[in-house]
Design a protein around this ligand. Structure first.
Ligand SMILES: Nc1ncnc2c1ncn2[C@@H]1O[C@H](COP(=O)(O)OP(=O)(O)OP(=O)(O)O)[C@@H](O)[C@H]1O
Ligand SMILES: [Mg+2]
Length: 153
C-alpha cells in the first residue's frame, strides 16, 4: 500500500461520476469502505457506484436492514451495500454474512469503523470530509489489490 491519496470533488454530480468510475473497476472480493460524518456523502458515492454497475432507481442507506444486496441481472456484479451505523456490537457482524457475500461479489460499507479494528484492512478506504456546501475532500487508502486500478477513470 502506498500512502493515502487525496482528491477534491466539487459537486454531487462529480461525486456520482467518481462513483461510476470506481464501478468500472470493481471486481469480486473487493470491499469499498466509506467513512465520514453524517451527511458527508457516503450514500451519494454509493449511488454512483451502483448506477455504474447498472442499477436503476433509488439508493438509500440500508440503515435498518444493515445490508442491501444488489444482484445480476440488475447489476453486472453482485454487490452488498452495507451501513453499520446501527451495529452496536462488532460480534453481531458475523450474522450479516459479509464474508460469504464477498466470496461471490463486492461489498460497499458505510460506517466501517463500527466493524471493529482491522475490518477495513484490505479495503479501498475512502474518507469524505466537507470543504463547503457542495465541495468534498476524499482521502483514499489504496490497498495493494487496487494499485493497478488506481486512479479509476
Ligand atoms: N459533493 C457532494 N457529494 C456528496 N454529497 C453532497 C455533495 N455536495 C452536497 N452533498 C449533499 O450532502 C448530502 C449527503 O448525504 P448522504 O446521504 O450521501 O450522506 P451519508 O454520508 O451517507 O450520511 P449517513 O451517515 O447519514 O448515511 C446530500 O444531501 C447531498 O445532496
Ligand atoms: Mg448514508
Amino acid at each position: 500500500m502506498t500512502g493515502p491519496v487525496t482528491m477534491s470533488i466539487a459537486s454531487v454530480a462529480d461525486m456520482l461520476t467518481f462513483g461510476r468510475q470506481l464501478a468500472a473497476q470493481i471486481r469480486r472480493g473487493d470491499m469499498i469502505a466509506l467513512s465520514g460524518n453524517l451527511g458527508s456523502g457516503k450514500t451519494v458515492l454509493a449511488r454512483g457506484v451502483l448506477e455504474g454497475l447498472g442499477h436503476q432507481g433509488e439508493v438509500s442507506s440500508p440503515s435498518y436492514a444493515l445490508v442491501h444486496p444488489y444482484d445480476p441481472p440488475h447489476v453486472r456484479l453482485p454487490i452488498s451495500h452495507v451501513d453499520l451505523y446501527r451495529l452496536d456490537d462488532p460480534a453481531a457482524l458475523i450474522e450479516l454474512g459479509l464474508d460469504e457475500a464477498r466470496t461471490y461479489g463486492a461489498l460497499m460499507v458505510e460506517w466501517p469503523e463500527r466493524g471493529g479494528p482491522g475490518f477495513v484492512a484490505d479495503a479501498l478506504h475512502i474518507t469524505i470530509e466537507p470543504e463547503g456546501p457542495d465541495a468534498r475532500r476524499l482521502t483514499v487508502a489504496v490497498p495493494r489489490s487496487w494499485e493497478t486500478r488506481w486512479p479509476p477513470r
